[in-house]
Design a protein around this ligand. Structure first.
Ligand SMILES: *Cc1c(COP(=O)(O)O)cnc(C)c1O
Length: 591
């Protein structure tokens, strides 16, 4: 099989530099079986081509089946081996001496997906270039860094050694040798890369990298105290933190031209390459002229979004309503179901007292589920079913709307975020490694309602606790609550609003044609409820009512939004990349 390189130039800010993004396509060594073709077997003739291209046809194929898992492993090896071969090819033409590899090359493992790079690089150095095994291991380790992106156990890859040994027998031998060497170096430790029947890619990545980083302060501390506790004790200097960031060029300058122009009019344009300059706006936040221009930019962005949603999805929204937005991958830990349950409870409360002083809001959702994740797909369906019922209710129509926008992607995010009033960052504490959506919203003047999770913690510290709507259990409290067997039943018994919202989902209010549709979902929430939706519901409800009250004071809300923008400069990816250069890659910026 051939890996064919496709290069895309990535042009930097103001065209001062361009990097090459090199992507690989799988192609057969021999593309076309002419003999089969001439015998009339046209399918067989095309088979080698089709089989080879399968490897790079779909990114993240469904891995819930054995065939899917095998394709993933082949894909991970294919891309990793192609990149490493290419890196060594270029290194040899430019430098030659393989002992200089760590000095000249930095390779970052973005999650465990390319973890095979450790043993593959050892194989290239030792098997193909005659470097002694221990030296090959040291060179590989000093070249590699590993970024951990999640503590969810199901996301730290574990391969069956059946599959692994069948596809990559030499790599399995090398991994065994790496494991043996590590255990020999630390005889009192119980850490293993191999366990009977499995290869543990998280442990392999840790052992084969000279730096291992988390992506927010909280996540890095949790890495040290949970998944990598023992490895951290053996290698106390190895784990470092690099809190994620977002690029201000895409997430402010390009996506929110109205706000960008207002900022530039006040402090000049240098903030674009140095986002911390937003701090210079601090004094402007009390200037009525600045505040009204800030509010006007948000209003115009909301009007644009409302017009687009009406034109493309036929749903009319009043831009005066609060735009409450939760957009991210669908996952139980991100708790879109907490949000829709609160929407149901709010709908019920408005119906019970339609003339009370409600703060009109639209809840906007968008997000995709992984192909094999049926529970997440049911949550999408529930949100759509609830939207159909709530949006058609003449009693509540002017006070609550629910919109699920399909095909969530970066383009949609760029439309939504500048037009958002409220950022939903409501994951179960301890589960969201960092989040970057949270940063995009804060930068664009949407205060957060959120838990103390991932980078929310650092966002709240920087924007100020008075400009952030905090709710929910802490990561420690989450661990303690899970010890209580009937935590969900207790939470439901203590909160009639939650009980009523769950009852409506259970009795088919939102799916009268198939009333049992969400029975399993309600069973899950009232039983195991691993992500503690029920336990955090009451606090979330009350935090939402505090949001309602705050939004009604338009000037105070605008000040809060503006303070989120002004104090978000630290969340630039430029700051993050400087951190990797300094702490992980030991490299200096070129410009
Ligand atoms: C920023 C972004 C994400 C990450 O969002 P989180 O809220 O941090 O999970 C996911 N998808 C798209 C399209 C994004 O733009």
């Amino acid at each position: 099989m051939i890996a064919a390189a496709y290069d895309t130039p990535i042009v930097g800010w103001q065209g001062r530099w361009a990097n090459t993004l090199r992507l690989w396509a799988a192609k057969p060594e021999e593309g076309f079986d002419l003999d089969s073709f001439n015998r009339g077997d046209f399918v067989a003739a095309a088979a080698p081509e089709a089989m080879a291209r399968t490897i790079s046809r779909v990114l993240y194929p469904d891995d819930t089946t054995e065939i899917g898992k095998e394709l993933r492993l082949k894909q991970e090896y294919f891309f990793t081996a192609a990149s490493l071969a290419d890196i060594l090819r270029r290194f040899e033409t430019e430098h030659g001496d393989l002992h200089k590899l760590p000095e000249k090359v930095a390779i970052q493992l973005n999650d465990t997906h390319p973890a095979i790079a450790g043993p593959e690089l050892v194989r290239l150095l030792h098997d193909e270039n005659g470097v002694p095994f221990d030296e090959a291991m040291d060179l590989a380790r000093n070249t590699l860094g590993y970024t951990n992106h999640t503590l969810l156990p199901e996301a730290l890859e574990r391969w069956s050694d059946d599959l692994f040994g069948r596809l990559l027998p030499r790599h399995l031998e090398i991994i065994d040798r790496i494991d043996t060497a590590h255990r020999a170096a630390y005889p009192s430790s119980s850490v293993t890369i191999r366990e009977p029947g499995v290869v543990k890619m998280g442990e392999l990545s840790f052992v084969m990298a000279h730096r291992v980083n988390g992506v927010s302060a909280l996540h890095t501390e949790l890495m040290k105290s949970t998944v990598f506790e023992e490895l951290n004790a053996l290698h106390p200097e190895r784990i470092v933190n690099q809190t994620n960031g977002v690029t201000p060029r895409r997430w402010l300058l390009s996506s929110n031209p109205r706000l960008a122009s207002l900022i530039t009019a006040r402090i000049g344009e240098d903030w674009v390459g140095d986002l911390e300059q937003l701090a210079q706006l601090e004094g402007h936040v009390d200037d009525p002229a600045f505040l009204s221009a800030y509010a006007e930019a948000k209003r115009a962005n909301k009007a644009d979004l409302a017009a687009w949603i009406e034109a493309t999805h036929g749903i009319a929204l009043d831009p005066a309503m609060m735009f409450d937005v939760q957009i991210k991958r669908l996952h139980e830990y991100k708790r879109q179901h907490l949000n829709i349950l609160e929407a149901i409870a709010l709908w019920q409360a408005i119906r019970a007292a339609p003339d009370a002083d409600w703060t009109p809001r639209v809840k906007i959702f968008a997000g995709k589920a992984a192909p094999g994740y049926y529970f997440a797909k049911d949550i999408i369906r529930l949100i759509n079913d609830v939207a159909d019922v709530v949006n058609a209710d003449p009693v509540t129509r002017d006070k609550l709307k629910i919109v699920f926008l399909p095909n969530y992607n970066v383009t949609l995010a760029e439309r939504l975020i500048p037009a958002s009033d409220l950022s939903e960052q409501i994951s179960t504490a301890g589960k969201e490694a960092s989040g970057t959506g949270n940063m995009k919203f804060a930068l664009n003047g949407a205060p957060t309602i959120g838990t103390l999770d991932g980078a929310n913690v650092e966002i709240r510290e920087r924007v100020g606790e008075e400009n952030f709507f905090l709710f929910g259990m802490t990561a420690d409290e989450v661990v303690a609550r899970r010890e209580i067997d009937d935590h969900a039943a207790r939470a439901i018994a203590d909160d009639p609003r939650l009980a009523a919202a769950l009852a409506a989902v259970r009795d088919g209010t939102f799916c009268p044609d198939e009333p049992e549709r969400y029975a399993h979902l309600v069973d899950n929430l009232s039983g195991p409820d691993y992500f503690l939706v029920c336990s955090d519901f009451s606090d979330y409800w009350h935090a939402q009512r505090a949001v309602d009250a705050a939004y009604r004071d338009a000037d105070a809300w605008t000040r809060m939004a503006a303070r989120n923008t002004v104090r978000s400069g630290w969340f630039s990816s430029d700051r993050t990349i400087r951190g990797y250069l300094r702490d992980v890659w030991s490299a200096a910026p070129v410009i």
